[in-house]
Design a protein around this ligand. Structure first.
Ligand code: SF4
Ligand code: SF4
Length: 375
């Protein structure tokens, strides 16, 4: 007979690393498609995790403005590498989703709405900045006045294993944004990696049920202290900082600052920053018709405020210059986002800095704007 599971929500248990596959197996048996970070074709991606051997054991990443380097150190950690360009938004808000199809029959068009057949995902290794990004996208897609059914279905079925981040990258500034490196809540399980053991804080009743039957034991005071020390160190290792004081006012009251013009000569308007950003949600609809004109389908695809077509309306472009598009991006993230959703639109993950081919760094841009305004 199975012992009663004595650990409740908010308690922290220890799971030996050798037993982590049992947790993955349990999630698979419960019907989840388990996804997490893995090294594919010499880069880091989010993809299917069948066993813990699929995780990026021994890797770290070196990240600077316009640079990403994956390094294999051979150490025994599974969650020390900071994610690459991909984020969880590709699962919850995919880059391309079919909305409906129209078929022409006997002179009339029939509409067939696309049913969502998304798997239930279990995300392994969601960092604090990424968890905050999911919560920010929730505010855009699951609102009182409008709910996106595609996003909502995926989000509500997702099981989240967050990870406390002990090895931030050079472009990270989550500590400034108050989103990491520590995860307090918002996930079903919150994992801290130590040398031989994973500590798992139970974040929900679902998380508790998943652990039930696995060989976990109460985390000792010694292990809890070791985890605490790692997290304190991590905050000090943060690569960048951002002064968040009065950010909406700084941005929205200085739309004519001279600094914006300087962006024109550096930004390529390539939209990389918005595509890798885990909070950006701009999209467009695209219709594709069959050659014989009897079928058409409408898809939702990711768009970007850096694409000139995005701000084309009523016969003209409201943001015809690169600097006006960059200013729109930044003043939305750090200004009007707060007005719309009650939170800033940036979590300090650093992706837009790492993946900008021109090496443009939002922490430096904000600091330069602040300096000009102070003068
Ligand atoms: S704006 Fe940059 S640092 Fe902030 S959440 Fe987006 S990608 Fe990350
Ligand atoms: S800031 Fe960088 S990533 Fe973003 S559009 Fe400009 S060049 Fe591209």
């Amino acid at each position: 007979m199975q012992n009663e599971f004595i650990f409740g929500v908010n308690s922290t248990v220890a799971l030996q690393k050798k037993d982590f596959d049992l947790l993955l197996k349990k999630l698979q048996e419960l019907g989840y498609e388990v996804v997490g970070p893995r090294v594919d074709e010499q880069t880091l991606r989010y993809g299917q995790i069948n066993t813990m051997n699929d995780l990026p054991k021994g890797y770290i990443s070196k990240q600077e403005a316009g640079r990403f380097q994956l390094i294999h150190t051979g150490h025994s950690r599974y969650f020390d590498v900071i994610p690459g360009a991909q984020s969880w938004k590709q699962f919850l808000f995919p880059s391309r989703v079919e909305l409906f199809e129209l078929n022409k029959n006997a002179g009339r068009w029939d509409i067939n709405r696309t049913e969502s057949h998304s798997p239930a995902y279990a995300f392994i290794g969601v960092r604090g900045c990424e968890l905050a990004a999911i919560q920010i996208q929730d505010k855009a897609f699951i609102r009182e006045d409008f709910t996106d059914p595609f996003y909502q279905e995926r989000r509500e079925r997702a099981f989240l294993i967050a990870v406390n981040c002990s090895n931030p990258a050079g472009t990270c500034f989550c500590a400034s944004m108050g989103t990491g490196p520590r995860v307090e809540s918002g996930a079903d399980l919150i994992l801290t990696e130590l040398d031989n053991v994973f500590l798992l804080k139970i974040g929900s009743e679902l998380g508790r049920n998943v652990l039930n039957g696995l060989p976990v034991e109460s985390a000792s005071a010694f292990l809890l202290q070791a985890a605490e020390r790692e997290l304190e160190q991590a905050s000090k290792k943060m690569g960048r900082t951002l002064d968040t004081e009065d950010l909406p006012e700084l941005l929205l009251e200085n739309l004519d600052a001279a600094h914006w013009q300087k962006i024109n000569s550096r930004c390529l308007s390539c939209a990389n920053c918005t595509q890798v950003c885990p909070t950006c949600f701009c999209w467009d609809t695209v219709d594709t018709m069959s050659l014989n004109g009897t079928e058409t389908k409408r898809e939702r695809v990711w768009d970007s405020c850096f694409n000139p077509g995005y701000s084309y309306q009523a016969g003209g472009n409201t943001r015809p210059t690169i600097h006006s598009r960059y200013r729109q991006w930044l003043s939305h993230k750090f200004g009007t986002w707060k007005v719309q959703y009650g939170t800033l639109g940036c979590t300090g993950c650093g992706r837009c800095i790492t993946w900008c081919p021109a090496g443009i760094d939002i922490t430096e841009e904000i600091a330069a704007l602040r300096k000009e305004v102070k003068k």
